[in-house]
Design a protein around this ligand. Structure first.
Ligand code: PNW
Length: 465
């Protein structure tokens, strides 16, 4: 199916502060939990977490975007994107997490915003993409405490007050599970920063409940501080239940399973409907977090759009059991990209969009694919090119799902590719490449890959080529 995308469709790219900026100790920034975590742990080549042991901390340089942002904005302008989703680092703005504001931190983002404006690219700003100020982790355990939600709201007020005249699209939090359930749990060694061991799963669910509170208070803070009309959203990675085949029975099964994925019933449902999904809550039992009076009202703020980060999914089919459905294991030879969790599921974008509209029963809610992309084993060839044909295959197939959702009139208004640049891929450090621009980490040279040119041509044509 080759459709022409609507002329006002938002074509974008996405990044996050800690993954690209570098300049970790410049202009008054203080450490985030990831600065220290990534000095303690990293993945081995076999994918296990092992103690770090780098002499120099190269993770702190990332793509040196702090100094090279102009070159990066030029790359975006030549790509033709209309939107750039990036995140602001809390510990650049309020280095101790709470208290005094760091003007030099704001000045970096003002330079970036000037440059984007000069190139006609609209900023879409994520206020939190996992880099909690270390000071707050040390002081009260960051997301383990309700105080974190209040401190987040104060930080949001500071950002929106200073930058709100130039930003019309705000995102509160990126992927709550990743900085709560993967950062606080009972696993040794840990997956994500801060890597704090908590004794019970109930304590883990408490951290994500606090994050939901931060989202609600953050939405209120944006609306109160913004000097102009703006659009506010939440971004999450959903668990996408894809019907094995699109028979009515399998579609019903996929819809029935959708709220029981923890990211959906336990995170998106409260934010969008004002209730933890009742059936899912029951499955939590004694692991359920403590919810105070008024919390769900705070969490359930009207939002203007929902951002979907979708990379993969799971197959579901109808089954003759109590639940009426079953998840299917993937055979070992199933197509995968270069991440252990990155199974090839191009229909996941279409089903993600449809499930939110139908299963969450929010046909009115404007949707954006805020991340979709592919890790590949890119190499620069003798001609100096990076021919990432696997990434082009992935992107094209996934965008077909967006095209299908548009033809079926679902309210999907944009697609932001993850990511513009190869970057610091969390516990994988620099071992995984998601960019459409290759980074040589020795020289910081940027080399647009074949997928960059493919995406540029699609944006220009307004269709998949
Ligand atoms: C996202 N999964 O995380 C993050 O928002 C980015 O910062 C990150 O670089 C990117 O995806 C690639 O990993 C995800 O298990 C983490 O399906 C986990 C999953 C998906 C996305």
């Amino acid at each position: 199916m080759s459709i022409t995308f609507p002329t006002n469709f938002q074509w974008g790219v996405a990044t996050a502060a800690f993954q690209i900026e570098g300049g970790a100790s410049l202009a008054g920034r203080k450490p985030s939990v990831w600065d220290t975590f990534s000095q303690q742990w990293r993945r081995s080549s076999r994918g296990h977490m092992v103690p770090m042991g780098f002499a120099k901390p190269p993770h702190l340089d990332a793509c040196d975007h702090f100094h090279r942002y102009q070159e990066d904005v030029k790359l975006m302008a030549a790509l033709g994107v209309t939107q750039y989703r990036f995140s602001i680092s809390w510990c650049r703005i309020i280095p101790n997490g709470r208290g005094s504001v760091n003007v030099a931190g704001f000045e970096f983002y003002e330079r970036l915003l000037d440059c984007l404006e000069a190139h006609g690219i609209e900023p879409v700003v994520t206020l939190f993409h996992w880099d909690s100020p270390l000071a707050l982790e040390n002081q009260y355990g960051s997301w383990r405490s309700r105080e974190m939600a209040d401190d987040f709201a104060d930080y949001v007020t500071a950002v929106v007050t200073r930058l709100g005249d130039r930003i019309r699209h705000w995102i509160t939090l990126n992927e709550i599970t990743c900085f709560t359930h993967l950062g606080y749990n009972d696993r040794v060694p840990p997956e994500h920063a801060p890597g704090t061991i908590v004794p019970r799963w109930r304590d883990v669910w408490q951290t994500s409940h606090h994050a939901l509170l931060a989202h609600g208070l953050g939405v209120q803070a944006i609306r109160a501080a913004s000097p102009q009309p703006c659009r506010v959203g939440l971004v999450d990675n959903f668990g996408i239940t894809v019907p094995l085949s699109e028979t009515p029975a399998n579609i019903t099964a996929a819809q029935a399973a959708f709220p029981y994925h923890c990211n959906n019933g336990g995170l998106i449902y409260p934010a969008i409907t004002g209730q933890y999904h009742a059936g899912f809550w029951k499955t939590l039992g004694a692991e359920a977090p403590q919810v105070q009076d008024g919390d769900l009202t705070t969490i359930h703020q009207p939002i203007d759009f929902l951002g979907l980060n979708i990379y993969t999914g799971s197959h579901i089919r109808a089954a003759d059991n109590v639940r009426g459905y079953e998840y299917l294991d993937l055979p070992s030879g199933y197509p995968r990209l270069d991440m252990p969790w990155l199974n090839f599921f191009p229909d996941s974008l279409y089903w993600g969009i449809r499930h939110v509209s139908e299963t969450l029963n929010r046909p009115d809610l404007s949707l954006i694919i805020t991340e979709n992309g592919c890790a590949a084993q890119d190499e620069v060839n003798a001609q100096g090119e990076v021919l990432d044909l696997d990434r082009i295959l992935y992107l094209k197939q996934h965008l077909q799902g967006v095209a299908r959702a548009i033809t079926e009139d679902y309210p999907i208004h944009g697609y932001y590719l993850w990511s513009l640049l190869d970057n610091f891929e969390w516990s994988w450090a620099y071992a995984k490449r998601f960019g459409i621009v290759y980074i040589n980490y020795q020289t910081q040279q940027r080399i647009p890959k074949a997928s960059y040119y493919w995406y540029r041509d699609c944006i220009q044509a307004g269709k998949l080529l």
